[in-house]
Design a protein around this ligand. Structure first.
Ligand code: HEC
Length: 158
């Protein structure tokens, strides 16, 4: 290997390392607990997500709104490719919109037309809903973070 090649390999290694650990805002280690798909589907209907979305399992509600706004969820999309992006699109819909500024899905200020449920939805409902939606998306493999056990209640008795 010549010096130039060696240097570029080292460079890639350093870039890789910094991507993993040093960014304090890194999403590394972010994992929601396992959700319940059935309860997730119920919450999806309860919050009226189907007012604006079509889903293979839950058809969109018929309304005047549906005629002008219909965003399909699931499959293989360019917008939601990872678990992180799926969670983000539910709790921070304008995150991606800000970059896209698409006319049909965003308002004049560039914010998503998707309403926010962050003040009403429980964390458990979010977890369940992500589990429900995750089944219909073709996401890149996501490996849940494995945390070491620092304290175990049973270990105390031994
Ligand atoms: C008032 C209409 C509206 C409602 C209600 C709504 N959404 Fe959305 N949603 C949108 C629009 C518009 C987009 C596309 C633009 C964007 O990414 O914000 C979107 C995008 C999404 C995406 C990303 C889609 C993709 O594949 O890129 C997900 C996931 C999603 N919504 C989930 C939900 C869930 C879960 C609920 C119910 C808790 C919900 N939405 C309720 C309008 C809505």
């Amino acid at each position: 290997m010549n010096t130039l090649k060696k240097l570029s390999v080292l460079g890639l290694f350093v870039v890789g390392l910094s991507a993993c650990g040093t960014d304090p805002k890194s999403a590394a280690g972010f994992t929601l607990p396992e959700g319940d798909v059935k309860r997730g589907k119920a919450a999806y209907v309860e919050y009226g997500c189907n007012a604006c979305h079509q889903h293979s399992d839950v058809p969109q509600l018929e309304s005047a709104l549906a005629a002008e706004l219909s965003v399909p969820l699931g499959g293989e999309t360019a917008r939601v490719r990872t678990y992180g992006e799926l969670v983000t699109s539910v709790i921070n819909p304008s995150h991606r919109i800000a970059k896209r500024r698409s006319i049909e899905v965003a308002d004049e200020t560039g914010n998503s037309k998707m309403v926010t449920f962050n003040d009403v939805m429980t964390v458990t409902q979010l977890i369940d809903m992500v589990a429900f939606l995750q089944e219909s998306y073709e996401l890149s493999p996501h490996h849940n973070t494995v945390y070491p056990v620092y304290w175990h209640p049973e270990a105390q008795d031994k």
